[in-house]
Write a protein that binds this ligand. Structure first.
Ligand SMILES: Cc1cc2nc3c(=O)[nH]c(=O)nc-3n(C[C@H](O)[C@H](O)[C@H](O)COP(=O)(O)OP(=O)(O)OC[C@H]3O[C@@H](n4cnc5c(N)ncnc54)[C@H](O)[C@@H]3O)c2cc1C
Length: 439
């Protein structure tokens, strides 16, 4: 199986980011952030806007990791439905978490407008097309739960999903009007520009190698420098490394892989997601798809755990595109890329206070565009002294996963199992359709 040339579509269409240099020498700051993705930059931006002197240390370049390579789907809420969260955490804490996470898209689109970030932002909603009647029943419950909380989330008929997505594959769905899309790399680069404009410092190619408590502060060492600050925020998500090994063991990185077609010719393009929404369907190994600003279809799904994705990985994504949109057969695929998504055991993002002045936020389970931006603001608020009870999000102890080193084996096995479950469901659906036609 031959290796695949990997390049993200976003890296070709995003405006350039700020020019940053590596940290050298000893610096001081009122707050230091490790990790320059949405979490870290949102935290730093909110701190800088509150008048704090803040420095961000990024191991790579801005947007080289998840925040610059994702699907750009701005999704409200977390994985669990509102009622389930209230049952899990109690009506008060659960209700506040539901409200905090639901407001994610508001924060994203407000920041984009406030800082004039050019990132192809659209806010025409997010669609969940249903792959089975059972999934549609679950979506109906979800819509009803959001309606009860005053959110405009509509249940869609088969025909409405066909009109909105241009795909005849689905039996109904849900439209959440709070969601939307961004060009993810342009968004993260825009946050970095906004931070610099607000007086923040960013050092790229500056991996934090060691983090230690020194008198009344924290000291971070990088290959060529150091930063001392009373407050440090760890914003490293799926890339969390030995700088905090306990934190690293709270998440399991699971690969997600995306493909993008060539620009779709105009008459055909107008049949696909004509309202500009993003969609994530209800298979266990869900497929997420959208158009970009150049009229390419971008589709992502679980990737393989291979070090380098192969043409085999790409083929399964091509099949998914053609299953959803048979009309796209013959359109070339021009970009292939992917990266790890940080999953947690309870499928919730986590905010931790590891020690006085040492905070962390991570584990977005594939829903980080909005939620990581929100997490950044929560971390900034806490760093500025907001009491935990006023955050609207639980601060939880760090609980490394037992047998974490085996977790990727477990994740692989689970993904294979779910692939089989989805495969059998597809065969069942085809057989039912065949029988219906013959009756
Ligand atoms: C392929 C893919 C598709 C996705 N699609 C979507 C989507 O459509 N919608 C959605 O809501 N979410 C999506 N997600 C999830 C979303 O991208 C992430 O949840 C989000 O970007 C996390 O942001 P972050 O800032 O916490 O982490 P990241 O963006 O990963 O940033 C962490 C940063 O920390 C840096 N770092 C790590 N260790 C160190 C160190 N020691 N020193 C300095 N820096 C360090 C890394 O280099 C990295 O830049 C997707 C993720 C992937 C991978």
């Amino acid at each position: 199986m031959s290796a695949l040339p990997l390049q993200s579509l976003w890296s070709v269409t995003a405006p350039p980011g700020p020019v940053c240099s590596a940290l050298s020498g000893a610096q001081r700051a009122q707050a230091a952030v490790i990790g320059g993705g949405y979490t870290g930059l949102s935290a730093a931006l909110h701190l800088a806007e509150a008048g704090r002197d803040v420095v961000v240390l990024e191991a790579a370049e801005i947007g080289e990791r998840a925040s610059g390579i994702n699907g750009g789907q701005v999704i409200p809420g977390v994985k669990q439905d509102p009622d389930a969260l209230e049952a899990m955490l109690g009506p008060y804490a659960g209700g506040r978490l539901v409200a905090t996470a639901a407001a994610g898209p508001d924060l994203v689109f407000t920041l984009i407008a406030k800082h004039g970030i050019q990132c192809e932002a659209t806010r025409t909603g997010w669609i969940q097309p249903a792959t089975s009647e059972a999934a549609l029943a679950q979506l109906a419950r979800r819509a009803e739960q959001w309606w009860r909380r005053g959110a405009r989330v509509d249940l869609l008929s088969r025909n409405e999903v066909l009109q909105l997505t241009g795909s005849a594959l689905y039996c109904g769905g849900l439209l959440d009007r709070r969601g939307g899309t961004v060009q993810p790399l342009a968004y993260v680069r825009g946050l970095a520009q906004a931070l610099i404009a607000a007086g923040g410092r960013i050092h790229t190619q500056s991996p934090a190698l060691r983090l230690a408590r020194v008198t009344g502060a924290w000291s971070i060492e990088t290959p060529e420098g150091s930063v001392t600050a009373p407050v440090v925020i760890l914003a490293t998500d799926a890339y969390t490394d030995a700088v905090n090994d306990e934190l690293r063991r709270t998440v399991v990185p699971v690969p997600s892989f995306q493909v993008a077609t060539a620009p779709i010719p105009a008459p055909l393009r107008s049949t696909i997601l004509p309202g500009g929404q993003a969609a994530s369907d209800t298979w266990h190994l869900l497929r997420y798809f959208r158009l970009d600003g150049t009229g390419r279809l971008v589709l992502g799904s679980r990737g393989s755990f291979a070090q380098t994705p192969t043409t085999h990985d790409a083929q399964s994504h091509y099949r998914a595109v053609h299953e959803i949109y048979p009309q796209l057969k013959g359109i070339a695929f021009e970009y292939h890329w992917g990266g790890p998504v940080a999953m947690t055991r309870d499928h919730l993002p986590h905010l931790h206070e590891l020690a006085p002045g040492l905070l962390a936020g991570l584990g977005y389970n594939g829903r980080g565009v909005a939620m990581a931006t929100v997490m950044g603001r929560l971390l900034a608020r806490r760093a500025l002294g907001a009491p935990v009870v006023e955050l609207g999000f639980p601060v939880t102890p760090v609980l490394p996963l037992p047998l974490h080193s085996l977790s990727s084996v477990g994740a692989r096995a689970t993904i294979q199992y779910l692939r089989c479950v989805d495969g059998l469901a597809r065969v069942g659906a085809r057989l039912r359709a065949h029988t219906l036609f013959r009756v």
